[in-house]
Design a protein around this ligand. Structure first.
Ligand SMILES: O=C[C@H](O)COP(=O)(O)O
Length: 311
């Protein structure tokens, strides 16, 4: 009997942040429309329709989907999924755009966890620019997120305010060095046995017409994967999933290769329309890399392919 094909330890990921672009009503509509779309395309009533559909369970086995609305819409966004008809498709994970470890006038990670939030985005380029977020404060926030049983999404990316490079002028080696340094500082004191997500978002690619080139993305992500801090975490059981963000949308993930080490995409504007977000989700799920298990849950080396947030 032949042995089963190797199972990728890291499930793919795709998510969207609405930043502060949506009204509360628009957030609710976006989520309910996306859930309807996913349900429609993962169930079928006719043969013709079933040919173009994904099996809900297959999608759920392949990918984790997350949505990060503004703070004030978070609770009702979570309620939208609770009120939606049950499906065996992927569960949507919800995230917050920030939190704090101190006790007054900020966003409490304990309350985020209590209301059903699974992930917290930290250190986004816009928070670094407008609110003075630093790698050091991000590390403290990440520790607070993990203490409360959630997963931190740590945003990193070259190009600090005032010296934003243009794509043509960016040296990939310089970007690799800068980004690996950010990763090391953001993970300072963070429990190496717990899962973290790193969102590689070059500052110059955020809000742009198109994403960074795939060679640039894969070079920087490979450098992150080779870093001692990420390898050390993997050895201690702390899964590190890496996303690319910065004008990401449909058509990007299919151009990446497994060895690039990118686990998925983090969308902004190009995921703010339900159909485009669904198209990207589907593309990230459907790209087939050689040797991977295509469908169904699996176990490898005694560890589940599922993220701990599901356990
Ligand atoms: O959080 C998402 C990133 O900031 C990317 O935003 P964008 O795709 O609109 O450039």
């Amino acid at each position: 009997m032949s042995s089963p094909p190797p199972c990728r330890q890291r499930r793919r990921l795709v998510g969207v942040s609405t930043k502060m672009y949506f009204s509360h009503a628009r957030t609710t509509k976006f989520i309910t429309s996306f859930l309807d779309l996913m349900q429609h395309h993962t169930s079928s009533t006719t043969t013709e329709q079933s040919n173009s559909n994904l099996a809900a369970a297959a999608l759920a086995s392949k990918i984790d989907i997350f949505i990060i609305p503004d703070h004030l819409s978070l609770q009702s966004a979570i309620n939208c999924t609770a009120n939606h008809p049950p499906t065996d498709g992927p569960k949507i994970l919800f995230g917050a755009q920030n939190c704090h470890w101190e006790d007054h006038g900020e966003v409490s990670p304990a309350v985020l966890a209590e209301i059903g939030c699974s992930v917290v985005e930290l250190n986004h380029a816009e928070r670094r620019r407008y609110f003075g977020e630093t790698d050091a404060t991000t590390a403290k926030k990440a520790q607070a997120v993990i203490r409360n049983g959630m997963i931190p999404i740590l945003c990193v990316g070259e190009g600090s305010p005032g010296e934003v490079p243009t794509p043509g002028k960016t040296s990939r080696e310089a970007a690799e060095k800068e980004v690996v340094g950010q990763v090391e500082r953001c993970l300072e004191g963070v429990d190496p046995t717990k899962e973290v997500w790193l969102a590689y978002e070059p500052v110059w690619a955020i809000g742009a017409k198109e994403p960074a080139g795939v060679e640039h993305v894969s070079g920087v992500v490979r450098a992150i994967r080779r870093s001692a801090v990420v390898n050390g975490r993997e050895e201690r059981g702390g899964m590190t999933r890496i996303l690319y963000g910065g004008s990401a949308g449909p058509g990007l993930f299919g151009r990446l290769k497994e060895e690039d080490g990118v686990d998925g995409l983090f969308l902004g504007r190009f995921g703010h329309e339900e159909g485009q977000f669904w198209k990207t989700v589907r593309e990230v799920a459907e790209v087939e890399w050689e040797g991977e298990v295509r469908l169904g849950g699996c176990q490898s080396a005694g560890r589940s392919c599922r993220s701990p947030v599901y356990n």
